[in-house]
Ligand binder design. Sequence first.
Ligand code: FAD
Length: 485
Amino acid sequence: MTVQRDTGNQCMSRIAVVGGGISGLAAAHRLTELDMPSDVVVFESGDRTGGVLATESVDGFRIESGPDSMLSQLPWGIDLCRRIGFTDRLVGTSDQYRQTWIVRSGRLLALPDGLAIMAPSRIWPTVRSPILSVLGKLRLACEPFVSRRSATTDESLADFACRRVGREAFERLVQPLVSGIYMADPRQLSIRAALPRFVEMESKHGSLIRAARRAARNRKSAPTGSSNSALPTSMFVAPRDGMGSLASALTERLPPESIRLRTNVKQLSRKPEGGWRLSGDCDSNGFDENFDAVIVAAPSSRAAHIVRETDASLADELSQIQQSGCVVVTLAFAREDVAHPLNGYGFVVPQVEQRDIIACTFSSVKYENRAPEGQVLLRVFLGGATRPELMELDDEAVLSTVLRELEDLLGIQGRPSVTRIVRWPNIMPQYHVGHLDRIERIEAAVATIPYLELAGNSYRGVGIPHCIRSGEQAAERIAQSITSA
Ligand SMILES: Cc1cc2nc3c(=O)[nH]c(=O)nc-3n(C[C@H](O)[C@H](O)[C@H](O)COP(=O)(O)OP(=O)(O)OC[C@H]3O[C@@H](n4cnc5c(N)ncnc54)[C@H](O)[C@@H]3O)c2cc1C
Protein backbone atom coordinates (compact mmCIF):
# COMPACT_ATOMS: atom_id res chain seq x y z
CA MET A 1 0.00 0.00 0.00
CA THR A 2 1.08 3.61 -0.42
CA VAL A 3 1.82 5.53 2.70
CA GLN A 4 1.19 9.24 2.48
CA ARG A 5 3.28 10.57 5.34
CA ASP A 6 6.05 9.45 7.59
CA THR A 7 5.79 11.14 10.98
CA GLY A 8 9.12 10.37 12.60
CA ASN A 9 9.19 6.67 13.29
CA GLN A 10 5.50 6.07 12.48
CA CYS A 11 3.75 5.85 9.11
CA MET A 12 0.55 7.85 8.89
CA SER A 13 -2.23 6.31 6.77
CA ARG A 14 -4.85 8.50 5.14
CA ILE A 15 -8.34 7.07 5.41
CA ALA A 16 -11.42 8.56 3.75
CA VAL A 17 -14.96 8.04 5.04
CA VAL A 18 -17.62 8.93 2.47
CA GLY A 19 -20.89 10.00 4.16
CA GLY A 20 -21.26 11.82 7.46
CA GLY A 21 -24.42 10.09 8.71
CA ILE A 22 -24.33 8.06 11.91
CA SER A 23 -22.66 5.14 10.07
CA GLY A 24 -19.84 7.28 8.70
CA LEU A 25 -19.38 9.16 11.98
CA ALA A 26 -19.22 5.88 13.91
CA ALA A 27 -16.61 4.60 11.44
CA ALA A 28 -14.49 7.75 11.68
CA HIS A 29 -14.77 7.83 15.45
CA ARG A 30 -13.77 4.16 15.75
CA LEU A 31 -10.70 4.80 13.59
CA THR A 32 -9.62 7.56 15.95
CA GLU A 33 -10.20 5.26 18.94
CA LEU A 34 -8.02 2.50 17.53
CA ASP A 35 -4.42 2.77 18.38
CA MET A 36 -3.01 3.43 14.93
CA PRO A 37 -1.54 6.53 13.33
CA SER A 38 -4.07 7.66 10.78
CA ASP A 39 -5.40 10.81 9.24
CA VAL A 40 -9.16 10.41 8.83
CA VAL A 41 -11.25 12.62 6.53
CA VAL A 42 -15.08 12.49 6.45
CA PHE A 43 -16.64 13.67 3.18
CA GLU A 44 -20.23 14.80 3.54
CA SER A 45 -22.28 16.15 0.65
CA GLY A 46 -24.70 18.05 2.91
CA ASP A 47 -23.97 21.13 4.97
CA ARG A 48 -24.03 19.31 8.32
CA THR A 49 -23.13 15.89 9.68
CA GLY A 50 -25.68 13.40 11.04
CA GLY A 51 -27.52 12.41 7.83
CA VAL A 52 -31.11 11.67 8.86
CA LEU A 53 -30.34 12.50 12.51
CA ALA A 54 -31.61 16.06 12.58
CA THR A 55 -33.06 17.94 15.57
CA GLU A 56 -34.39 21.46 15.54
CA SER A 57 -35.34 23.58 18.55
CA VAL A 58 -38.04 26.12 17.90
CA ASP A 59 -40.25 28.09 20.33
CA GLY A 60 -39.52 25.64 23.14
CA PHE A 61 -40.30 22.56 20.97
CA ARG A 62 -37.68 19.96 20.14
CA ILE A 63 -38.45 18.65 16.67
CA GLU A 64 -36.95 15.51 15.16
CA SER A 65 -36.99 15.31 11.37
CA GLY A 66 -35.63 11.77 11.32
CA PRO A 67 -35.25 9.16 14.06
CA ASP A 68 -36.44 10.04 17.55
CA SER A 69 -34.91 7.16 19.53
CA MET A 70 -32.81 4.03 19.44
CA LEU A 71 -33.34 0.54 20.74
CA SER A 72 -31.47 0.08 24.01
CA GLN A 73 -31.52 -3.71 23.88
CA LEU A 74 -29.00 -3.82 21.05
CA PRO A 75 -25.60 -3.09 22.54
CA TRP A 76 -23.86 -1.09 19.82
CA GLY A 77 -25.54 2.29 20.33
CA ILE A 78 -25.34 2.22 24.12
CA ASP A 79 -21.72 1.02 24.02
CA LEU A 80 -20.73 3.92 21.83
CA CYS A 81 -22.59 6.37 24.11
CA ARG A 82 -20.74 4.90 27.07
CA ARG A 83 -17.35 5.28 25.39
CA ILE A 84 -17.93 8.91 24.49
CA GLY A 85 -19.35 9.82 27.91
CA PHE A 86 -22.84 10.39 26.51
CA THR A 87 -24.96 8.05 28.67
CA ASP A 88 -25.94 10.75 31.15
CA ARG A 89 -27.50 12.64 28.24
CA LEU A 90 -29.81 9.71 27.40
CA VAL A 91 -33.39 9.59 28.60
CA GLY A 92 -35.93 6.78 28.49
CA THR A 93 -39.47 6.87 27.18
CA SER A 94 -42.18 8.06 29.55
CA ASP A 95 -43.06 5.53 32.26
CA GLN A 96 -46.42 7.07 32.88
CA TYR A 97 -48.09 6.28 29.56
CA ARG A 98 -46.91 3.32 27.53
CA GLN A 99 -49.92 2.59 25.37
CA THR A 100 -49.79 2.26 21.58
CA TRP A 101 -52.98 2.13 19.50
CA ILE A 102 -53.96 0.57 16.21
CA VAL A 103 -56.67 2.13 14.08
CA ARG A 104 -59.68 -0.02 13.27
CA SER A 105 -62.76 1.40 11.50
CA GLY A 106 -61.63 4.91 12.39
CA ARG A 107 -61.20 4.18 16.13
CA LEU A 108 -57.99 3.92 18.12
CA LEU A 109 -57.83 0.49 19.78
CA ALA A 110 -55.16 -0.33 22.35
CA LEU A 111 -52.43 -2.74 21.25
CA PRO A 112 -52.81 -5.83 23.46
CA ASP A 113 -50.31 -6.16 26.31
CA GLY A 114 -47.51 -8.67 25.76
CA LEU A 115 -47.76 -8.64 21.95
CA ALA A 116 -44.40 -8.36 20.21
CA ILE A 117 -45.44 -7.65 16.58
CA MET A 118 -46.86 -11.15 15.93
CA ALA A 119 -45.88 -13.12 19.00
CA PRO A 120 -48.18 -12.68 22.00
CA SER A 121 -46.50 -13.79 25.22
CA ARG A 122 -49.94 -13.56 26.91
CA ILE A 123 -52.87 -14.75 24.88
CA TRP A 124 -55.70 -13.21 26.99
CA PRO A 125 -55.04 -9.54 26.25
CA THR A 126 -55.16 -10.36 22.52
CA VAL A 127 -58.30 -12.49 22.92
CA ARG A 128 -60.05 -9.68 24.81
CA SER A 129 -58.94 -6.97 22.36
CA PRO A 130 -61.46 -5.85 19.71
CA ILE A 131 -58.66 -5.40 17.16
CA LEU A 132 -59.25 -8.88 15.69
CA SER A 133 -62.58 -10.51 14.83
CA VAL A 134 -63.52 -13.79 16.55
CA LEU A 135 -62.31 -15.71 13.50
CA GLY A 136 -59.06 -13.73 13.45
CA LYS A 137 -58.45 -14.55 17.11
CA LEU A 138 -59.22 -18.24 16.60
CA ARG A 139 -56.78 -18.37 13.71
CA LEU A 140 -54.09 -16.63 15.78
CA ALA A 141 -54.69 -19.04 18.66
CA CYS A 142 -54.03 -21.95 16.26
CA GLU A 143 -50.48 -20.69 15.63
CA PRO A 144 -48.81 -23.28 17.91
CA PHE A 145 -50.33 -26.02 15.72
CA VAL A 146 -49.03 -24.64 12.42
CA SER A 147 -46.14 -26.82 11.34
CA ARG A 148 -42.68 -25.42 10.80
CA ARG A 149 -41.74 -24.41 7.28
CA SER A 150 -39.31 -26.96 5.92
CA ALA A 151 -37.86 -24.81 3.10
CA THR A 152 -34.84 -22.76 4.10
CA THR A 153 -35.30 -20.18 1.36
CA ASP A 154 -36.25 -16.59 2.15
CA GLU A 155 -39.88 -15.60 2.48
CA SER A 156 -41.74 -12.28 2.52
CA LEU A 157 -43.01 -10.84 5.80
CA ALA A 158 -46.58 -11.09 4.45
CA ASP A 159 -46.22 -14.78 3.55
CA PHE A 160 -44.53 -15.63 6.84
CA ALA A 161 -47.09 -13.80 8.99
CA CYS A 162 -50.14 -15.07 7.07
CA ARG A 163 -48.81 -18.63 7.30
CA ARG A 164 -48.16 -18.43 11.05
CA VAL A 165 -50.82 -16.11 12.51
CA GLY A 166 -53.36 -15.77 9.68
CA ARG A 167 -54.27 -13.04 7.23
CA GLU A 168 -56.31 -10.93 9.63
CA ALA A 169 -53.59 -10.74 12.29
CA PHE A 170 -51.14 -9.90 9.53
CA GLU A 171 -53.30 -7.09 8.14
CA ARG A 172 -54.46 -5.69 11.48
CA LEU A 173 -51.35 -6.10 13.66
CA VAL A 174 -48.17 -7.11 11.86
CA GLN A 175 -48.36 -4.91 8.76
CA PRO A 176 -49.03 -1.61 10.62
CA LEU A 177 -46.45 -2.31 13.33
CA VAL A 178 -43.72 -3.14 10.81
CA SER A 179 -44.57 -0.53 8.14
CA GLY A 180 -43.64 2.31 10.46
CA ILE A 181 -40.13 0.86 10.85
CA TYR A 182 -39.21 -0.18 7.32
CA MET A 183 -41.58 1.97 5.24
CA ALA A 184 -41.76 -1.15 3.11
CA ASP A 185 -44.25 -3.25 1.20
CA PRO A 186 -44.66 -6.36 3.41
CA ARG A 187 -45.28 -8.52 0.33
CA GLN A 188 -41.70 -7.76 -0.71
CA LEU A 189 -39.95 -7.31 2.63
CA SER A 190 -37.68 -10.23 3.56
CA ILE A 191 -38.57 -11.78 6.91
CA ARG A 192 -35.01 -13.08 7.27
CA ALA A 193 -33.41 -9.69 6.70
CA ALA A 194 -35.93 -7.51 8.52
CA LEU A 195 -37.17 -9.66 11.41
CA PRO A 196 -34.81 -12.63 11.74
CA ARG A 197 -35.78 -13.31 15.34
CA PHE A 198 -39.22 -14.55 14.24
CA VAL A 199 -37.63 -17.02 11.81
CA GLU A 200 -35.45 -18.21 14.67
CA MET A 201 -38.45 -18.52 17.00
CA GLU A 202 -40.20 -20.69 14.44
CA SER A 203 -37.22 -22.89 13.76
CA LYS A 204 -36.23 -23.34 17.42
CA HIS A 205 -39.63 -23.61 19.08
CA GLY A 206 -41.95 -24.51 16.20
CA SER A 207 -44.26 -21.67 17.24
CA LEU A 208 -43.99 -17.92 17.83
CA ILE A 209 -46.49 -18.04 20.69
CA ARG A 210 -44.61 -20.85 22.43
CA ALA A 211 -41.31 -19.02 21.94
CA ALA A 212 -42.71 -15.71 23.25
CA ARG A 213 -44.24 -17.37 26.33
CA ARG A 214 -41.04 -19.23 27.09
CA ALA A 215 -38.99 -16.01 26.74
CA ALA A 216 -41.42 -14.18 29.06
CA ARG A 217 -41.09 -16.98 31.66
CA ASN A 218 -37.28 -16.85 31.41
CA ARG A 219 -37.30 -13.07 31.84
CA LYS A 220 -39.41 -13.44 34.99
CA SER A 221 -37.20 -16.08 36.55
CA ALA A 222 -33.90 -14.45 35.52
CA PRO A 223 -32.02 -12.69 38.32
CA THR A 224 -32.42 -8.94 37.95
CA GLY A 225 -28.63 -8.47 38.21
CA SER A 226 -26.87 -5.19 38.63
CA SER A 227 -28.28 -2.90 36.01
CA ASN A 228 -26.27 0.16 35.10
CA SER A 229 -28.14 2.80 37.09
CA ALA A 230 -26.84 5.59 34.86
CA LEU A 231 -28.85 4.20 31.96
CA PRO A 232 -32.59 4.48 31.41
CA THR A 233 -34.22 1.05 31.53
CA SER A 234 -36.81 1.57 28.79
CA MET A 235 -36.68 -0.34 25.51
CA PHE A 236 -36.03 2.90 23.58
CA VAL A 237 -33.74 5.71 24.61
CA ALA A 238 -33.01 9.12 23.14
CA PRO A 239 -30.64 11.97 23.90
CA ARG A 240 -32.38 14.60 26.06
CA ASP A 241 -31.45 17.22 23.44
CA GLY A 242 -32.56 15.12 20.50
CA MET A 243 -30.90 12.66 18.12
CA GLY A 244 -28.95 15.42 16.42
CA SER A 245 -26.95 15.89 19.63
CA LEU A 246 -25.55 12.36 19.32
CA ALA A 247 -24.26 13.18 15.83
CA SER A 248 -22.84 16.47 17.16
CA ALA A 249 -21.13 14.71 20.08
CA LEU A 250 -19.42 12.30 17.67
CA THR A 251 -18.49 15.09 15.26
CA GLU A 252 -16.95 17.10 18.11
CA ARG A 253 -14.70 14.18 18.96
CA LEU A 254 -13.15 14.26 15.49
CA PRO A 255 -10.50 16.85 14.60
CA PRO A 256 -12.37 19.81 13.01
CA GLU A 257 -10.21 19.67 9.90
CA SER A 258 -11.27 16.07 9.32
CA ILE A 259 -14.86 17.03 8.37
CA ARG A 260 -15.40 18.24 4.80
CA LEU A 261 -18.96 19.46 4.34
CA ARG A 262 -20.65 20.22 0.98
CA THR A 263 -18.26 17.72 -0.58
CA ASN A 264 -19.89 15.23 -2.88
CA VAL A 265 -17.76 12.21 -3.69
CA LYS A 266 -18.47 10.95 -7.19
CA GLN A 267 -15.81 8.44 -7.99
CA LEU A 268 -13.25 6.16 -6.53
CA SER A 269 -10.33 5.02 -8.70
CA ARG A 270 -7.65 2.54 -7.79
CA LYS A 271 -4.16 3.92 -8.29
CA PRO A 272 -1.75 1.63 -10.14
CA GLU A 273 0.79 1.86 -7.30
CA GLY A 274 -1.92 1.03 -4.68
CA GLY A 275 -4.29 3.21 -2.70
CA TRP A 276 -7.23 5.25 -3.93
CA ARG A 277 -7.98 8.46 -5.73
CA LEU A 278 -11.23 10.08 -4.61
CA SER A 279 -12.84 12.71 -6.78
CA GLY A 280 -15.96 14.81 -6.80
CA ASP A 281 -17.26 18.32 -6.16
CA CYS A 282 -16.68 20.63 -3.24
CA ASP A 283 -18.78 23.81 -3.19
CA SER A 284 -19.09 23.35 -6.99
CA ASN A 285 -15.32 23.08 -7.49
CA GLY A 286 -13.82 19.76 -8.46
CA PHE A 287 -11.50 17.95 -6.08
CA ASP A 288 -9.19 15.00 -6.39
CA GLU A 289 -7.36 13.47 -3.41
CA ASN A 290 -5.33 10.38 -2.58
CA PHE A 291 -6.04 7.96 0.27
CA ASP A 292 -4.68 4.65 1.47
CA ALA A 293 -8.08 3.28 2.43
CA VAL A 294 -11.73 4.23 1.95
CA ILE A 295 -14.96 3.46 3.83
CA VAL A 296 -18.04 4.25 1.75
CA ALA A 297 -20.81 4.97 4.28
CA ALA A 298 -23.21 6.59 1.82
CA PRO A 299 -26.51 4.86 0.88
CA SER A 300 -26.05 1.86 -1.46
CA SER A 301 -27.51 3.73 -4.46
CA ARG A 302 -24.80 6.40 -4.08
CA ALA A 303 -22.13 3.81 -3.24
CA ALA A 304 -23.01 2.10 -6.55
CA HIS A 305 -21.97 5.21 -8.52
CA ILE A 306 -18.85 5.71 -6.43
CA VAL A 307 -17.49 2.16 -6.89
CA ARG A 308 -18.60 1.60 -10.50
CA GLU A 309 -15.20 2.26 -12.03
CA THR A 310 -13.58 -0.11 -9.49
CA ASP A 311 -16.01 -3.01 -9.83
CA ALA A 312 -19.00 -2.77 -12.17
CA SER A 313 -20.68 -5.97 -10.97
CA LEU A 314 -20.45 -4.82 -7.34
CA ALA A 315 -22.01 -1.53 -8.46
CA ASP A 316 -24.82 -3.48 -10.19
CA GLU A 317 -25.56 -5.42 -7.00
CA LEU A 318 -25.58 -2.22 -4.93
CA SER A 319 -27.91 -0.49 -7.34
CA GLN A 320 -30.42 -3.36 -6.99
CA ILE A 321 -31.16 -2.40 -3.37
CA GLN A 322 -34.19 -0.17 -3.69
CA GLN A 323 -35.06 2.72 -1.39
CA SER A 324 -38.40 4.13 -0.32
CA GLY A 325 -39.13 7.64 0.86
CA CYS A 326 -41.40 9.23 3.44
CA VAL A 327 -42.76 12.55 4.60
CA VAL A 328 -42.45 13.47 8.28
CA VAL A 329 -44.90 16.11 9.47
CA THR A 330 -44.47 17.60 12.94
CA LEU A 331 -47.26 19.71 14.37
CA ALA A 332 -47.64 21.59 17.66
CA PHE A 333 -51.07 22.20 19.17
CA ALA A 334 -52.43 23.72 22.33
CA ARG A 335 -53.34 20.80 24.62
CA GLU A 336 -56.99 21.87 24.76
CA ASP A 337 -57.24 21.64 20.96
CA VAL A 338 -56.79 17.85 21.10
CA ALA A 339 -59.77 15.84 22.34
CA HIS A 340 -57.88 12.54 22.70
CA PRO A 341 -56.30 12.03 26.15
CA LEU A 342 -52.90 11.38 24.46
CA ASN A 343 -52.09 8.91 27.22
CA GLY A 344 -49.61 6.87 25.17
CA TYR A 345 -46.85 6.93 22.58
CA GLY A 346 -49.01 7.12 19.47
CA PHE A 347 -50.84 4.98 16.92
CA VAL A 348 -50.25 3.05 13.71
CA VAL A 349 -52.65 2.68 10.79
CA PRO A 350 -53.17 -0.64 8.95
CA GLN A 351 -53.05 -0.35 5.17
CA VAL A 352 -56.49 -2.03 4.98
CA GLU A 353 -57.95 1.05 6.68
CA GLN A 354 -57.13 2.94 3.45
CA ARG A 355 -56.13 6.14 5.21
CA ASP A 356 -53.42 8.57 4.12
CA ILE A 357 -51.10 8.33 7.11
CA ILE A 358 -48.91 5.46 8.29
CA ALA A 359 -48.44 6.38 11.94
CA CYS A 360 -48.50 9.21 14.47
CA THR A 361 -46.17 9.59 17.45
CA PHE A 362 -47.20 11.67 20.44
CA SER A 363 -43.66 13.05 20.75
CA SER A 364 -44.27 15.26 23.78
CA VAL A 365 -45.78 12.31 25.68
CA LYS A 366 -43.19 9.74 24.60
CA TYR A 367 -40.32 11.94 25.80
CA GLU A 368 -40.27 14.74 28.35
CA ASN A 369 -38.86 18.05 27.35
CA ARG A 370 -40.22 18.07 23.80
CA ALA A 371 -42.88 20.80 24.16
CA PRO A 372 -43.60 23.73 26.49
CA GLU A 373 -46.25 23.36 29.20
CA GLY A 374 -49.79 23.27 27.83
CA GLN A 375 -48.64 22.34 24.30
CA VAL A 376 -48.34 19.00 22.53
CA LEU A 377 -46.07 17.87 19.71
CA LEU A 378 -47.28 15.23 17.24
CA ARG A 379 -45.27 13.57 14.47
CA VAL A 380 -47.04 12.01 11.50
CA PHE A 381 -45.55 9.77 8.79
CA LEU A 382 -46.82 9.48 5.21
CA GLY A 383 -45.62 7.71 2.08
CA GLY A 384 -43.39 4.64 2.26
CA ALA A 385 -43.16 1.94 -0.39
CA THR A 386 -46.92 1.40 -0.55
CA ARG A 387 -47.93 5.08 -0.98
CA PRO A 388 -45.06 6.68 -2.94
CA GLU A 389 -47.43 9.14 -4.62
CA LEU A 390 -47.84 11.02 -1.31
CA MET A 391 -44.21 12.16 -1.64
CA GLU A 392 -45.35 14.32 -4.57
CA LEU A 393 -47.92 16.36 -2.61
CA ASP A 394 -47.01 19.99 -2.00
CA ASP A 395 -46.83 21.34 1.55
CA GLU A 396 -50.37 22.65 1.55
CA ALA A 397 -51.79 19.33 0.41
CA VAL A 398 -49.65 17.42 2.93
CA LEU A 399 -50.84 19.66 5.75
CA SER A 400 -54.52 19.47 4.85
CA THR A 401 -54.26 15.67 4.49
CA VAL A 402 -52.67 15.32 7.91
CA LEU A 403 -55.04 17.76 9.61
CA ARG A 404 -58.05 15.93 8.15
CA GLU A 405 -56.74 12.60 9.46
CA LEU A 406 -55.89 13.98 12.92
CA GLU A 407 -59.23 15.72 13.25
CA ASP A 408 -60.93 12.43 12.54
CA LEU A 409 -58.71 10.19 14.68
CA LEU A 410 -57.73 12.45 17.60
CA GLY A 411 -60.47 15.07 17.53
CA ILE A 412 -58.06 17.89 16.80
CA GLN A 413 -59.49 21.37 16.38
CA GLY A 414 -57.75 24.53 15.30
CA ARG A 415 -54.49 25.14 13.50
CA PRO A 416 -51.03 24.03 14.61
CA SER A 417 -48.81 26.74 16.11
CA VAL A 418 -45.71 25.12 14.59
CA THR A 419 -45.56 23.04 11.40
CA ARG A 420 -42.56 21.25 9.96
CA ILE A 421 -42.78 19.14 6.82
CA VAL A 422 -39.69 17.19 5.85
CA ARG A 423 -39.50 14.99 2.76
CA TRP A 424 -36.99 12.18 2.76
CA PRO A 425 -36.90 10.78 -0.79
CA ASN A 426 -35.12 7.43 -1.31
CA ILE A 427 -34.00 7.28 2.29
CA MET A 428 -34.96 3.85 3.56
CA PRO A 429 -33.31 0.78 2.00
CA GLN A 430 -35.81 -1.93 1.17
CA TYR A 431 -34.70 -5.35 2.38
CA HIS A 432 -36.59 -7.32 -0.24
CA VAL A 433 -36.78 -11.11 -0.35
CA GLY A 434 -33.28 -12.34 -1.21
CA HIS A 435 -31.61 -9.32 0.43
CA LEU A 436 -29.26 -11.37 2.60
CA ASP A 437 -28.03 -13.38 -0.41
CA ARG A 438 -27.32 -10.10 -2.20
CA ILE A 439 -25.46 -8.79 0.86
CA GLU A 440 -23.33 -11.92 0.94
CA ARG A 441 -22.42 -11.38 -2.72
CA ILE A 442 -21.65 -7.72 -2.01
CA GLU A 443 -19.51 -8.56 1.01
CA ALA A 444 -17.65 -11.27 -0.91
CA ALA A 445 -16.90 -8.79 -3.72
CA VAL A 446 -15.74 -6.09 -1.29
CA ALA A 447 -13.51 -8.59 0.51
CA THR A 448 -11.51 -9.03 -2.70
CA ILE A 449 -10.82 -5.28 -2.99
CA PRO A 450 -7.98 -4.17 -0.72
CA TYR A 451 -8.53 -1.20 1.58
CA LEU A 452 -12.18 -0.66 0.65
CA GLU A 453 -15.14 -1.14 3.00
CA LEU A 454 -18.86 -0.38 2.86
CA ALA A 455 -20.98 0.68 5.83
CA GLY A 456 -24.49 1.99 6.41
CA ASN A 457 -28.12 1.11 6.72
CA SER A 458 -28.37 -0.55 3.32
CA TYR A 459 -26.83 -3.84 4.40
CA ARG A 460 -27.50 -5.53 7.74
CA GLY A 461 -29.95 -3.40 9.69
CA VAL A 462 -31.56 0.02 9.43
CA GLY A 463 -31.73 0.90 13.14
CA ILE A 464 -29.22 3.33 14.60
CA PRO A 465 -27.45 0.65 16.69
CA HIS A 466 -27.04 -1.46 13.51
CA CYS A 467 -25.62 1.51 11.62
CA ILE A 468 -23.15 2.19 14.43
CA ARG A 469 -22.07 -1.44 14.39
CA SER A 470 -21.73 -1.38 10.61
CA GLY A 471 -19.50 1.74 10.70
CA GLU A 472 -17.39 0.47 13.58
CA GLN A 473 -16.86 -2.95 12.01
CA ALA A 474 -15.81 -1.37 8.71
CA ALA A 475 -13.30 0.78 10.64
CA GLU A 476 -11.94 -2.25 12.47
CA ARG A 477 -11.48 -4.22 9.24
CA ILE A 478 -9.65 -1.29 7.63
CA ALA A 479 -7.43 -0.87 10.71
CA GLN A 480 -6.70 -4.58 10.71
CA SER A 481 -5.69 -4.64 7.05
CA ILE A 482 -3.48 -1.57 7.47
CA THR A 483 -1.69 -2.85 10.58
CA SER A 484 -1.17 -6.31 9.13
CA ALA A 485 0.24 -4.98 5.79
C1 FAD B 1 -37.85 9.39 9.10
C2 FAD B 1 -36.98 8.32 9.70
C3 FAD B 1 -37.18 7.91 11.01
C4 FAD B 1 -36.36 6.94 11.57
N1 FAD B 1 -36.55 6.58 12.87
C5 FAD B 1 -35.66 5.75 13.47
C6 FAD B 1 -35.71 5.56 14.88
O1 FAD B 1 -36.52 6.15 15.60
N2 FAD B 1 -34.77 4.72 15.44
C7 FAD B 1 -33.81 4.09 14.68
O2 FAD B 1 -32.99 3.35 15.24
N3 FAD B 1 -33.74 4.29 13.34
C8 FAD B 1 -34.62 5.12 12.73
N4 FAD B 1 -34.51 5.36 11.39
C9 FAD B 1 -33.45 4.70 10.63
C10 FAD B 1 -32.07 5.32 10.90
O3 FAD B 1 -32.21 6.65 11.33
C11 FAD B 1 -31.21 5.30 9.64
O4 FAD B 1 -31.19 3.99 9.10
C12 FAD B 1 -29.77 5.72 9.94
O5 FAD B 1 -29.73 6.94 10.63
C13 FAD B 1 -29.00 5.80 8.62
O6 FAD B 1 -27.70 6.27 8.88
P1 FAD B 1 -26.60 6.22 7.72
O7 FAD B 1 -25.43 6.97 8.21
O8 FAD B 1 -26.39 4.81 7.28
O9 FAD B 1 -27.28 6.96 6.49
P2 FAD B 1 -27.69 8.50 6.33
O10 FAD B 1 -28.20 9.09 7.57
O11 FAD B 1 -28.54 8.54 5.10
O12 FAD B 1 -26.29 9.22 6.02
C14 FAD B 1 -25.63 9.08 4.80
C15 FAD B 1 -24.88 10.37 4.57
O13 FAD B 1 -24.09 10.25 3.40
C16 FAD B 1 -24.12 11.48 2.70
N5 FAD B 1 -23.78 11.20 1.31
C17 FAD B 1 -24.52 10.50 0.42
N6 FAD B 1 -23.86 10.42 -0.75
C18 FAD B 1 -22.69 11.07 -0.59
C19 FAD B 1 -21.58 11.33 -1.44
N7 FAD B 1 -21.58 10.89 -2.70
N8 FAD B 1 -20.55 12.06 -0.97
C20 FAD B 1 -20.55 12.52 0.31
N9 FAD B 1 -21.58 12.31 1.16
C21 FAD B 1 -22.62 11.58 0.72
C22 FAD B 1 -25.54 11.97 2.92
O14 FAD B 1 -25.64 13.36 2.72
C23 FAD B 1 -25.80 11.56 4.35
O15 FAD B 1 -25.47 12.59 5.26
C24 FAD B 1 -35.33 6.33 10.79
C25 FAD B 1 -35.14 6.73 9.47
C26 FAD B 1 -35.94 7.72 8.92
C27 FAD B 1 -35.70 8.14 7.50
